[in-house]
Design a protein around this ligand. Sequence first.
Ligand SMILES: Cc1ncc(COP(=O)(O)O)c(C=O)c1O
Length: 445
Amino acid sequence: MEHFLDVYRNRTSSSERLFRRAKVVMPGGVSHNIHYFPPYPFFLKEAKGSKIYDVDGNEYIDLWMGHYTHILGHHPQLVVEAIEKQLREGIHWGIVFEKQVAWAELIQELVPCAEMVRFCCSGTEATMYAVRLARAWTGKKTILKIAGGWHGANPDLSVGIKMPYEREESLGLLSELQDYTRTILFNDLSQTLQTIQKHRADLAGIILEPVVGEGGFSPATEEYLKMLREETERSHALLIFDEVISGFRLALGGAQERFGIIPDLTTLGKVMGGGFPVGALVGKREILEATSPERKGKKWERILIGGGTFSSHPFSAAAGLAILHHLKENKDQIYPCLERKGEELRRGLQEVFNQEGVNGMVTGIGSLFQIHFPFERKEGLHSPHLINEKTDIEKREVEFRIRMLNHGVHVMHGGGSLSMAHTDEDLKKMIRATREVAKEMARSS
Ligand SMILES: Cc1ncc(COP(=O)(O)O)c(C=O)c1O
């Protein structure tokens, strides 16, 4: 039987050629490390609905959906129309405009903690500002983050992302970062509580994704979130939810609406820009107001939140406004539908692994899911550190991904996100493809 890498190479020769060209001008041929996988990534030509098409003419059902952005599918007509209209009005102004206000008003209405909104260009910027604001507001320095949690490449949170979670993540970052950014274990009440107690006097804030993207999209337990809410209050520290992925996806008001725990600050991105570059820091009025340029005071009282030539770009505002309006108007149809599809897919995929004798495990919530290959029998995989310690990441990221591509399905971290464009037929195809791949894996092991 042909090796899966040979099948991939045979199907993607134009991509291979493009990758050779790309490597000459971009380190590793990419501008975001997640876009690389060995032996080389396929290059895209077009995307529509649930499907993407590469430069060799291969069609795939896409589950990456532009880094989990496209909740309605690729290239939705309502975003296309909003952008065509915006294009006639203007491209980029760097001056405030009405759509920006309407967009902020809508976010204020939809996201429980969003009494005020500050836009920026990416989730990375939003989390950078969240940390800065937490430190400025509390006058303290220590931030706790989840071991394995990814909040973009901002330096303050580039600690403890990869195993063994002990160091800053890159050469070029100050090693002192680790003194002020400490890690806690997701859903581990006693370790987290101990760490909070140890750092309470200097605790500025705790930042976490209520559903961790690098942790199988496992949700935080109610007990865990309640404890974090109580302990941050007791410590005069801020609770920050990073809802860059879960915002407008897990529910219209994000994970905070779904789980009923309201943080002080929230970072947003992805879905809210309709496919255009976006980020936002939202939260309690009195805290956000502290960043206002209208605030009188001495220079040292200034809290600088917001720079960015392209902050609240008219295209992001137009697309974001269109998509959020649509989600609001159709929420009773959209969220139950995404929920049903997610549940059906997770159940179907788990059945495949059970039936084909492959030790695979499906995790996730709502429209988000991941597949893992535990080294031992199935265990509770409800946290990034457990997934990294107990499962074969290499198998998921290379072998499973490429075998799935060979069967016309594009997964990220073994799974991805569903959109309104994924049909029941797409779900059946994904389950069929996974069955074929599971059979191949069982034969080759
Ligand atoms: C939870 C989370 N926070 C922050 C970010 C950074 O967002 P961006 O890539 O827009 O900078 C990401 C990106 O994937 C993310 O998943």
